[in-house]
Design a protein around this ligand. Sequence first.
Ligand code: PGA
Length: 252
Amino acid sequence: MIQPIIAANWKMHKTIPEAVAFAKQLKKEFPEPGRVDIVIAPPFTALRSVMEVLKDSLIHISAQNMHWEEKGAYTGEISAAMLVDAGCKFVIIGHSERRALFGETGGMLNKKMHAALKSGLKPIFCIGETLEERESGATFEIIQKQIKEGLNNITPNDIRQVAFAYEPVWAIGTGKTATPLQAQEVHGFIRKTIAVDLEYAHASDTVIIYGGSVNPESTGSLVDQPDINGALVGGAGLDFDSFADIIRIAGR
Ligand code: PGA
C-alpha cells in the first residue's frame, strides 16, 4: 500500500509570521498519523521557524529548490546540507517554473538529484509537458526524456527515496486541472517508465503525485485513480481551509 503525499508548494508567498501561523494551525488540525503524508514547502526564509513549530509533529517540511554543490562561491544559492540543517526532509526538484524561468536543464536537475539523495533529502521530482507539446502529441516522449535525464545514474536504492510529481505546465496556476483520466494516463506511463527505462523493480511502490490547479473539488476524483498517489498543491495550498480539505479528501 502506497502512503499518499499531499504537499503544499508555497512558491514566493508568506512571511515568517504567516508561515508560522499556518503551520501551527496545521499541527493542531492533524495531530494524529493519518492516511496521507502532509508536506509543506515554505520559502527558504521561513524554513527554520516552521521547523520549530513542526519538529514534534508528523508534518514534513520541504524546500522548493537547492543547489547541487556542497558549499562555495555560489551567491544566492542554498545547499542540500543547509536544507537538512533547517529541518527539511523533502526538496522539490525540477519544478516547471525553475525549468522555464530559471533555465534549469535536465543535466542540472540530475546533479541536484544526486546531491539531494547524498544528503538524505527525499526529492519530489517534477515533470510535465507544455500545452504545445501536448497538442503536438509529444507528451510521453517529453515525460520519458525528463525522467531519464533527471534520474540518470541514480541507484535503485536511491529511487526508493524519490517521489515523482506529474505537473502538466498548462495546468499550473491556470485553473485548468487535467481530467482524472488524462492524469491517470500519464501517471501510468510514468510508472512504466520507472520500471522499464530506470529498471526499477519496485516501481509499483513509487509515489507519483499530480499537480496543476488541484483544489478540494478536483482532489477526490484525481486520487481515486490507481496511479495517482496524492497531490502537489500550489494556489489552494496557500489557504488553510482549502489545503485542510484536500488533505481530508485524499485521506478518506
Ligand atoms: P497550482 O500550482 O496548484 O497553483 O496550479 C501547482 C504547482 O506549481 O506545484
